[in-house]
Design a binder for this molecule. Structure first.
Ligand code: COA
Ligand code: AMP
Length: 630
């Protein structure tokens, strides 16, 4: 069957289609039906099944002849370490850590926060939670203590599993002070922590609360897999929304297993045993789905890479890893390729490696610009597939179904809707628009298995954020169009979310921080174009009259405050002090117009603007920052 037939089959008979895919999962109690629509427009999948994620990702492969196959290849150019963990070894490690967690009181449904760098133990921690039916919430290492505290208070974890440090080029990031700070800040206090001491910078442990990763496992009885209901939350992953409070995206167990397993062949075109590599971070959804769960569930070897595309040690690192570990399908963000292209425009370094094992490159997380795609096509000599998805969906909404039928690539389009997704372009009134017309991208409900059923303890927010604007649809927050051939084009976000180096950030959250500065009367944060990172946040602040601080001091404060509150990952370094912000007559800040000015794009003067002269002031303030150039 080709793509069109598979897509049509999933549309016509979703029940039959997903029950068929469910056969690839080892159930404790198999599902009798796929979709539960008893609470529509809230939908769940495989609710009457029982199953364990860890069993499917680890144990079953040990039982079915893959015990000695590498489950994880750890390659860390930043520490000079390489290691392999077989499925049998992974099972022992996971069962042992799960035993330790169980002995300290972690049971099914308890939350566990994981705050770890790109080391195999991060996956071991995730899988140990899955083994017990505990709900993990992984927090990206580039987030600061305050962001961690917000997640501790929302998820109310029984435990935190962390490492003593992460390693960034040129500096060690001590995690322990961030964890201690976050626990101090949070109202909820976890019962205990488990800390992986890294040689690069071990940390002090608080007696009675903090436990050493190895010591806590001494003499424990390994834990067995605990069967959980199909709609039991496998994890919570926080992502940026419009306000400072992140959204706790919930992933249910059974749909996650079925959908991810299906994608490994249909989209990534790998067979069990093949090596699959997603160069992302376990703190992001790509890391959840395609560093940890997807490849392991499907019996692939996954690569845990602790390094950067450039500088660890050079722009040839990716090619070395692909060639050395026999990577078949490779997934990363366009930013990473832009970074490599900037360092090695002619692709000289690739000539040092035999990467004939590679069959395709997959790009996601942000817009893939045509230049980058063409460059990657040229130097790699394999298909480059852009694909579009979100933390909320957990897997591809639109992509190229390479394992079913590779479709012709149209540069600028992530290709077509995947089976289970009825993607439509709607006008403001919620009516579908003709092909080629720009509009809001929405997905007709129900969403397929593996996508978010709700937000953690925030069903109202879930309904309000995603299901209300267009009744009967899921609102993606992206705008775009579909062409005559059914190819989708993603043009822009319709909300205040920006995308910095493939990292999703909220400008609203940054505004909330700047507004707390005692000398800031008013502020706005926008996303401006950046050749490397796609977008960068830029702040505009109006200072209070009579402040004793200089503009430069206030700018420095703002940069420090965002770094301290959100973290270095925000990459917030551009701030302009202005007298006034451009607004409509009703007082709404004209952020979209400011973006156009910064990016030197043509724009139509907003009819509702209060005072057009302010735009010249904005232009003047932007020039020293390297923006609004003529
Ligand atoms: N822990 C602590 N700090 C981190 C971190 C982590 N896990 N990840 C990033 N940071 C820090 C960086 O050190 C940097 O700090 P600095 O301001 O002191 O320099 C800051 O956060 C911004 O990091 P980043 O956006 O990664 O920029 P960079 O300049 O260090 O690197 C790239 C640029 C393009 C090499 C890098 O962004 C990259 O590899 N991107 C790929 C994106 C990706 O994998 N996205 C996942 C979605 S698929
Ligand atoms: P995240 O939840 O961090 O994965 O971010 C999801 C958002 O990133 C989407 O809503 C898009 O705005 C953007 N995005 C992800 N993949 C793509 C892509 N292939 N093309 C364009 N934008 C993308």
């Amino acid at each position: 069957m080709g793509y069109a037939d598979v897509y049509a089959a999933a549309q016509k008979d979703p029940e039959g289609f997903w029950m068929e895919q469910a056969k690839a999962i080892d159930w404790v109690t198999p599902p009798t039906h796929a979709l539960d629509d008893s609470r529509a427009p809230l939908y769940e999948w495989f609710t009457d099944a029982t199953v364990n994620t860890c069993y499917n990702a680890v144990d079953r492969h040990v039982e079915n002849g893959r015990a000695d196959q590498a489950a994880i290849i750890y390659d860390s150019p930043i520490t000079g370490t390489k290691a392999q963990i077989t499925f049998a070894e992974l099972k022992d490690q996971v069962a042992s850590l799960a035993g330790a967690l169980r002995d300290k009181g972690v049971t099914m449904g308890d939350r566990v926060i994981i705050y770890m760098p790109m080391v195999p133990e991060a996956l071991v921690a995730m899988l140990a939670c899955a083994r017990l039916g505990a709900i993990h919430s992984v927090v990206f290492g580039g987030f600061a203590a305050h962001e961690l505290a917000v997640r501790i208070d929302d998820a109310t974890p029984k435990a935190i599993i962390a490492a003593s440090c992460g390693i960034e080029p040129g500096r060690i990031v001590a995690y322990k002070p961030l964890i201690d700070g976050a626990i101090d800040m949070a109202s909820h206090k976890p019962d205990f922590t488990v800390i992986l001491q890294r040689d690069q910078q071990p940390c002090d442990l608080v007696p009675g609360r903090d436990h050493d990763w190895h010591a806590v496992q001494d003499g424990v009885t390994p834990a067995d897999c605990v069967p959980v209901p199909g709609n039991h939350p496998a994890y919570i992953l926080y992502t940026s929304g419009t306000t400072g409070a992140p959204k706790g995206v919930v992933r249910h167990t059974a749909g996650h297993l079925v959908a991810l397993n299906w994608t490994m062949k249909a989209i990534y075109n790998v067979d069990p045993g093949d090596v699959f590599w997603a160069a992302s971070d376990v703190g992001w959804v790509v890391g959840h789905s395609y560093i940890c769960y997807g490849p392991l569930i499907h019996g692939n070897t996954t690569v845990v890479f602790e390094g950067k595309p450039v500088g660890t040690p050079d722009a040839g690192t990716f090619w070395r890893v692909i060639s050395e570990h026999n990577v078949r399908s490779f997934f990363t963000a366009p930013t990473a390729f832009r970074a490599i292209k900037r360092e090695d425009p002619q692709g000289e370094l690739i000539k040092d490696y035999d990467i004939s094992c590679l069959r395709a490159l997959y790009l996601a997380g942000e817009r893939a610009d045509p230049d980058t795609i063409q460059w990657a096509q040229r130097i790699l000599g394999v298909p480059v597939y852009d694909h579009w998805w979100q933390t909320e969906t957990g897997w591809t909404i639109a992509g190229n179904p390479a394992g079913i039928e590779p479709l012709p690539v149209k540069i600028g389009s992530p290709t077509v809707a995947m089976p289970g997704y009825d993607v439509q372009i709607l006008d403001e009134a919620g009516h579908p628009v003709p092909p080629g017309t720009l509009g809001a991208i929405a997905i007709k409900l129900p969403l397929p298995p593996g996508t978010l059923p709700t937000l953690w303890h925030a069903e109202d927010r879930f309904v309000k954020s995603y299901l209300t604007t267009f009744p009967g649809y899921y609102e993606t927050g992206d705008a775009g169009m579909i062409d005559e051939d059914g190819y989708l084009y993603i043009m822009a976000r319709t909300d205040d979310v920006i995308n910095v180096a493939g990292h999703r950030l909220s400008t609203g959250a940054m505004e909330e921080i700047l507004a707390n500065h005692p000398d800031v009367a008013e502020c706005a944060v926008i996303g401006v174009g950046d050749a490397l990172k796609g977008q960068l946040p830029m702040g505009f602040v109006c200072t209070n009259k009579g402040t004793t601080k200089t503009d430069a001091e206030i700018v420095a404060d703002c940069i420090r405050m965002v770094r301290e509150d959100i973290g270095p990952v925000a990459a917030f370094k551009l701030v302009a002090v202005v007298d006034r912000l451009p607004k409509t007559r009703s007082g709404k800040i004209l952020r979209a117009t400011m973006v156009k000015i910064a990016d030197s794009q043509d724009f139509k003067m907003p009819a509702t603007i209060d005072d057009p002269a302010i735009l010249d002031e904005i232009r003047t303030a932007l020039k020293p920052l390297g923006y609004a150039q003529d």
